[in-house]
Design a protein. Structure first.
Length: 214
């Protein structure tokens, strides 16, 4: 802290420097609580969680969240709302759209293609979504549905093309059903198969994650 800050009471203040700026609650940081749902079935270490999700303001602005590779959903909590009424059914991901023909590397084409994934946030400018050889958009996903692996498109005067989707910061994914909210042993497809499914029967895989560049 500089000397002026420490010793201001000894100074003769000018009209501009003196009293006249009154701060109210409207000028303060928003006071809110959060409520968190961990999509996992084991005991949690509260101290580790506190260190992981700190500072809170940075965590709130960086959805999606995970803990030990399992999905976590965080909501701002209004204290007058019953806890049972808080909705945890959606989470937002940055989704990369790969395989778009160069002619259709536009914002409008990407928005049209990605509607099958979930509720898409329209970017203000194209540069926000430009990934070079792919486009990316922020999409709110319905957690009751399996991840959308891609979309078959039909360009005018052309053959059908498969467009693939890759989900940034994707937590544990269950390869039998494509869901994010439970363990393999709780998957209905796995249960109905009476544990007879083989790895080659999986309809989902690591290809839903973007490639890692070193």
């Amino acid at each position: 802290m500089d000397d002026l800050t420490q010793n201001w009471s000894r100074l003769t203040l000018t009209d501009r420097e003196g009293l006249g700026c009154r701060l109210t609650t409207e000028d303060s940081l928003e006071d809110f609580s959060i409520i968190v749902k961990f999509f996992m079935k084991r005991a949690l270490n509260i101290d580790v969680i506190e260190r992981t999700f700190n500072p809170l303001w940075r965590i709130i602005s960086n959805e999606p969240w995970s803990f030990d590779k399992h999905l976590v959903v965080i909501r701002k909590y209004e204290k007058e709302t019953p806890v049972a009424d808080v909705k945890f059914g959606r989470v937002s991901f940055w989704v990369q759209i790969h395989g778009i023909p160069p002619l259709y590397m536009t914002m409008e084409a990407a928005l049209k293609i990605s509607k099958v994934i979930g509720v898409v946030s329209r970017p203000k400018e194209f540069k926000e979504m430009d990934g070079g050889n792919f486009l990316r958009l922020k999409v709110s996903l319905d957690l009751t549905l399996p991840l959308c692996r891609g979309h078959l498109i039909s360009p005018e005067n052309g053959k059908q093309i498969w467009i693939s989707f890759k989900y940034e910061l994707l937590p544990n994914l269950y390869y039998w059903c494509g869901c994010l909210t439970y363990d393999d042993k709780d998957c209905e497809i796995w249960i109905d198969s009476e544990r007879t499914l083989k790895p080659e029967d999986r309809q989902f895989g690591s290809g839903l994650r973007p490639p890692t560049f070193i």
